[in-house]
Design a protein around this ligand. Structure first.
Ligand code: URP
Ligand code: ZN
Ligand code: ZN
Ligand code: ZN
Length: 484
């Protein structure tokens, strides 16, 4: 069976041109003029782009005494509805649990996926078992990215010695380190003080995590990664202090990438001052939303290339779950949704305002991610041989975001009321048309795991340089005799 996408304008990270796209089975086989197929999708007036890749989701994740509500079924359906065709979820061992054990748990959940997916591995504790299993995770399981939580003290947080040990191991194995960068010790102390002073509402969540805790941790992670000789990916970059550290590191030639979220780009801290407790608590996530100056910094980072990708950190809790934290903000499950809205929101507030070009949009929502995570050009490309993960994007299609019409399983949407212009006409996942002119035709279980090899070109270049510049004893002549 062949399908041809006709009359559209192809937009990739580096080119915009008119051509048809021919798909056979699950792959793109030809790009050109006047192509014919068994079925046709009309892309008149539309852009034909690589499907979005969301490099940061938490589907059905055990966290803060509960599970995030969107799972691999509803989460990946929401993704496809918004033009995202691949998600990368974090496999999270509880402290004391082996990495391979945690992966088994994630395998048990991900069979329901409607689009392709991959995993990052989290390192939440340190031991010889973790050290040993890291090799199997990279070499046998095809997972080359490992996240370290510098926050959530007493739960997922790792200390500097554990982080340095893990980073060194990743350098040796050809992996990439990721960090959730917030100083967990300072957050714990600020939280306790705020509670003692009677600040128990959701706004105190933001007070307990000022931008300095993030800036400090990003700087620390960059320096530790540099000493270990490992590439570093900083998740959910929300503020200028964090961006500044990443910008400087990149200017110095360090291999560091920064990932802002669509939430931090478009929503600000005023959400926490809303008089409605539920409204504010639904927006509690770490790091918290910031002010306009921080938002401007993140947009500038995407424009200049100092920040590389836009994600969601999709971790959706219902209002009922958020209410676990009534009377104590530290018990509000941290996390917000965004999978369905990332592409339309970024198009509207990025391309629609002139902050991003369509090609930059493709770069930060898909191609850069695929390159950094090492699954390009299988993903993130409109090229013969690439998976037919494609979004046919109608720049004139509009809607107002509302929870009542969303695919996500939760009862609200943090972007409620936002008008977006630019939505999928068709979304294809490995050749299967999962969204057809607004109608969901996705299939549970269609999604496949995407293996990502270690020892990337970046790993090789970095280790070559580290080796060349490693400390060496000086060869000397005329060494004085000892004790004379
Ligand atoms: O608040 C957040 N970000 N929740 C999800 C877990 C994490 O820290 O990424
Ligand atoms: Zn995080
Ligand atoms: Zn996260
Ligand atoms: Zn299928």
């Amino acid at each position: 069976m062949t399908t041809v996408i006709k009359n559209g304008t192809i937009v990739t990270h580096d080119r915009t041109y008119k051509a048809d796209v021919l798909i056979e089975g699950e792959r793109i086989v030809e790009i050109g003029e006047g192509l014919k197929g068994d079925t046709e999708l009309d892309a008149t007036g539309c852009y034909v782009m690589p499907g979005g890749i969301d490099p940061h989701t938490h589907l059905e994740m055990p966290f803060m005494g509960t599970y995030s509500t969107d799972d691999f079924d509803s989460g990946t359906r929401a993704a496809l509805a918004g033009g995202t065709t691949m998600v990368v979820d974090f496999a999270l061992p509880s402290p004391g649990q082996g990495l391979l054990d945690a992966l088994q748990m994630w395998d048990n959940k991900s069979g329901r996926a409607h689009c392709d997916f991959s995993y990052h591995m989290a390192v939440t504790w340190w031991s010889e078992q973790v050290f040993d299993e890291m090799k199997t995770v990279i070499e046998t399981r095809g997972i080359n990215t490992f996240k370290h939580f510098m926050a959530y003290k007493g739960a997922l947080m790792v200390n500097d010695d554990e982080m340095f040990a893990s980073f060194k191991r990743l350098a040796e194995l050809g992996g990439t380190a990721m960090v959730h960068a917030e100083n967990g010790d300072v957050v714990a102390e600020l939280s306790a003080r705020l509670l003692a002073e009677g600040n128990s509402g959701p706004e105190a969540h933001a007070y307990s995590r000022p931008s300095q805790v993030e800036g400090e941790a990003v700087n620390r992670a960059i320096m530790i990664a540099d000493m270990a000789g490992v590439p570093l990916y900083v998740v959910h970059v929300s503020c200028e202090e964090a961006h500044e550290a990443i910008r400087r590191a990149r200017q110095q030639g360090k291999r560091v990438w920064g990932e802002p979220l669509i939430q931090h780009l478009t929503l600000d801290e005023s959400e926490y001052f809303n008089a409605d407790w539920d409204h504010a608590a639904r927006r509690v996530m770490s790091p918290p939303f910031r002010n306009k100056a921080h938002q401007d910094s993140l947009w500038a980072g995407l424009q200049s290339g100092s920040l590389s990708v836009v994600a969601t950190d999709h971790c959706a809790f219902t209002t009922e779950q958020k209410r676990y934290g009534v009377g104590d903000f530290t018990k509000i499950p941290n996390g917000t949704g965004g999978l369905e809205d990332r592409m339309p929101m970024l198009w509207t507030y990025g391309v629609g305002t002139g902050r991003l070009t369509p090609e930059e949009f493709v770069a930060v929502t898909s191609t850069n991610v695929a390159k950094v995570l090492n699954c390009y050009p299988k993903k993130g490309a409109i090229l013969p041989g690439a998976d037919a993960d494609i979004v046919v994007w109608d720049p004139e299609k509009e809607k107002t975001i509302t929870a009542g019409a969303q695919v996500s399983a939760i009862d609200y949407n943090v972007f409620e009321g936002h008008k977006v212009k630019g939505l999928p006409r068709f979304t294809l996942t490995r050749g299967h048309v999962a969204v057809y002119d607004g109608e969901m035709r996705s299939r549970e279980g269609h999604g496949q795991f995407v293996a990502r090899k270690g020892n990337t070109a970046t790993n090789t270049a970095l280790s070559k340089w580290k080796d060349l510049t490693a400390p060496r004893p000086v060869e000397r002549t005329g060494i004085p005799a000892t004790g004379v």
